[in-house]
Ligand binder design. Structure first.
Ligand code: ZN
Ligand code: ZN
Ligand code: ZN
Length: 169
């Protein structure tokens, strides 16, 4: 269908600490803008999800927060995830049942993903063209869309080149 991807995540030499910094900055400013509080547990959950471009499962997150002495009772963790999702700061990758930080949280959008079978890195790809086609097609069928999930699997460019580390550390 499409080959468009956010190429910054496909380059092994990219500076991932910059991704994390950027994500946290965006989160702070979006929360301030909407009068929401980026509590300690929300912030740390976001940071942990951003540890890599591999989606993180709720139980992995729970375990990490527990290690760090947070109140990691499941409801606390799920509420934090709910918050981050509704704020658009993370996406849920349905097929992996895991969460991915979003690099474009300031522009609300659907998450359409390219998932690498080898390194499990997930890239978002530009959804706008496809979104429009889907909406139009559904409308011609008289169908009202509730959710859209597009998750394509394959091999990222780093894994095709045989890089050990995959797309991003
Ligand atoms: Zn990165
Ligand atoms: Zn996104
Ligand atoms: Zn890969």
């Amino acid at each position: 269908m499409t080959e468009h991807s956010n190429d910054h995540t496909s380059q092994s030499e990219h500076n991932h600490s910059h991704c994390i910094e950027q994500a946290l900055e965006t989160a702070e400013s979006l929360c301030a803008e909407h009068g929401q509080r980026l509590t300690k547990v929300r912030r740390r959950a976001l940071e942990l999800i951003w540890q890599s471009h591999r989606p993180l499962g709720a139980y992995q997150l729970l375990a990490k927060l527990a290690e760090e002495g947070f109140n990691s009772a499941p409801p606390t963790v799920y509420r934090a995830l709910e918050f981050l999702l509704s704020a658009g700061l993370i996406h849920k990758v349905e097929s992996m049942n895991a969460y991915l930080g979003c690099a474009h949280a300031d522009k609300p959008h659907k998450g359409y993903f390219l998932i690498c079978d080898e390194c499990q890195n997930v890239m978002e790809f530009d959804y706008q063209d496809i979104h429009k086609i889907l909406i139009d097609k559904a409308a011609t069928q008289g169908f009202q869309l509730r959710s859209e999930t597009i998750e394509l699997t394959g091999l990222c460019s780093s894994c095709q080149n045989g890089d050990d580390e995959g797309g991003c550390k």
